[in-house]
Design a protein around this ligand. Structure first.
Ligand code: NAD
Length: 476
């Protein structure tokens, strides 16, 4: 990150400049070859030390970018997963790098076949603003573990965080190893047109579509980590303190601005009142003092704040009941751009809260009578990024899991599947394509190269003309 450009987030890099960075990275990749396991572990160790050294500066930057986000929320939701991902890949990468022996059919014996995971080269990483650190870093950690170089485009909505990330990575890596480019949608568009060896994009479904279109020009493979409406299904009779507290935590963490937040709840009709009471208790317990609590994050900017108010107004005018939690009558939150946790009861299926990704501390609650009805409701909508189920692990639970398709599933918890490093994390259909975390992430940023070695004494020599002699033998 050139020192003369701090704070210039408008047009950091033109297409020419971006291509030049990519060319340098690719040339270095070709000149030096893939790093061995030791180099990769060393890169990750240096990154780990830098993250720990910068964690306070980082929390301050995120707090300033959000208007208000608690240092502890940043540490738990962003720094911990990053350190955990580094430790995971440092531990696993030798095993992941090991060539894998494959089966050889009779006519090709005694040759040997194996698959080698080779770094793809240069990975383009595009990130959103909602977890502006971890959603840059975990893709980067995966790229480095798999032996790649990376160019990163953080979100322009969190400029201070982007700057801290840029400085931190510039101190640890040479620009031909890891480079950060800052800028808005135009830079994002130019970035997605580069001939990377792979792109990992995290962001909205709408922009993901554009990125995929741009990538197709160069046939760049990509992982799309997108959004959507993740349902939380609460089984009949399963409303209790623990269950609802987990829904409230998933919904209210980071002010609801989490891609895998439960977007709406499906609650059995008999349990609606109990759910409302338990959610209100849980929210009050998690954030004593209501939305003024310092652990409660504000909304990223005015545009999103207005968008959320519009969703609420629209639901109210169309007859839904809004239940605000943690504020007295006529008392607005003290901090700007803070939305009161709100339950929306009885919203029509065509209102914005039931059709758009909410991305804020608003939870529409819809009732159902049977699990089949809940399943049909989910299946009539785009495939979600996450699906949550609360209740006994019984036939209903099994049916829900078998009959619905979502990127991931959490049973009796929200958000935690993202923290399990060994699980693939990703969406399906409009919520994403491909996955990272775990071996899946490592594989997505590697080329699986199949190699066949012919033995000195083997049979393939027979599979040559005159064919007639050998055809019967080979087919038998
Ligand atoms: P966004 O799609 O608006 O922006 C993401 C990135 O794309 C930013 O860096 C932005 O500058 C860039 N961009 C914007 N316009 C572009 C264009 N025309 N061409 C190329 N790049 C462009 O998303 P956002 O508002 O930053 O993030 C919120 C969305 O991200 C939500 O939908 C959320 O669900 C999703 N999300 C998904 C995950 C996941 O892991 N699946 C995680 C976090 C957020």
């Amino acid at each position: 990150l050139p020192a003369d450009r701090p704070g210039n987030f408008e047009s950091f890099a033109g297409q020419h400049e971006l291509s030049a960075i990519l060319d340098r990275q690719r040339a270095a990749f070709l000149a030096n070859g893939p790093p061995d396991a030791r180099q990769r572990k060393d890169n990750l160790a240096r990154l780990r030390a830098a993250v720990l050294a910068q964690r306070s500066e980082l929390a301050d930057a995120i707090n300033a970018d959000f208007g208000s986000r608690s240092r502890y929320e940043t540490e738990i939701m962003e720094v911990v997963p990053v350190i955990q991902a580094i430790d995971y890949y440092r531990k696993k990468l030798r095993r992941f790098m090991k060539p894998e022996r494959r089966h050889v059919a009779l006519p090709y014996r005694f040759g040997r076949a194996y698959v080698e995971l080779q770094p793809k080269g240069v990975i383009g990483i595009m990130a959103p603003w909602n977890y502006p650190f971890s959603l840059v870093m975990v893709p980067l950690i995966t790229a480095l573990a798999a032996g790649n170089r990376a160019m990163i485009k953080p979100s322009e909505l969190t400029p201070r965080t982007g700057e801290v990330i840029g400085r931190m990575l510039a101190a640890v890596f040479a620009p031909e190893d890891v480079a950060v480019v800052l800028g808005g949608a135009e830079v994002g568009a130019a970035f997605s047109e580069l001939a990377f060896d792979h792109i990992l994009f995290t962001g909205s479904t709408q922009v993901g579509r554009k990125v995929m279109r741009a990538a197709s020009e160069n046939l760049v493979p990509l992982t799309l980590e997108l959004g959507g409406k993740s349902p939380a299904v609460i089984a009949r009779g399963a409303v209790n303190r623990q269950t609802v507290s987990s829904v409230a935590f998933g919904k209210l963490a980071n002010g609801g601005q989490t891609c895998v937040a439960p977007d709406y709840a499906l609650v059995h009709a008999n349990d609606l009142d109990a759910f409302i009471a338990a959610f209100s208790d849980a929210a009050a317990h998690l954030y004593p003092g209501g939305p003024d609590n310092r652990d409660y994050a504000s909304i990223i900017n005015e545009r999103h704040f207005e968008r959320l108010h519009r969703l609420l107004d629209d639901a109210r005018t169309r007859g839904a009941r809004l239940i605000e939690i943690g504020v007295g009558p006529n008392r607005a939150p003290k901090r700007p751009y803070t939305i009161v946790p709100t339950l929306v009861i009885g919203a029509d299926d065509n209102t914005g809260v039931m059709t758009e990704e909410i991305f804020g501390p608003i939870l529409p609650v819809r009732t159902y009578q049977t699990m089949d009805e809940a399943i049909a409701y989910i299946n009539a909508r785009p495939r979600p990024l996450a699906l949550y189920y609360f209740g006994e692990r019984n036939a209903d639970c099994a049916k829900l899991l078998k009959r619905t398709t979502s990127g991931n599933v959490g049973i009796n918890n929200t958000l935690l599947h993202v923290a399990i490093d060994d699980l693939p994390f990703g969406g399906v259909g409009p919520s994403g394509m491909g996955a990272y975390h775990g071996i899946e992430g490592f594989r997505s940023m590697s080329h699986a190269k199949g190699v066949f070695i012919q033995a000195r004494w083997n049979l393939p020599g027979l599979l040559r003309p005159p064919y007639r002699k050998v055809a019967d033998l080979a087919i038998s």
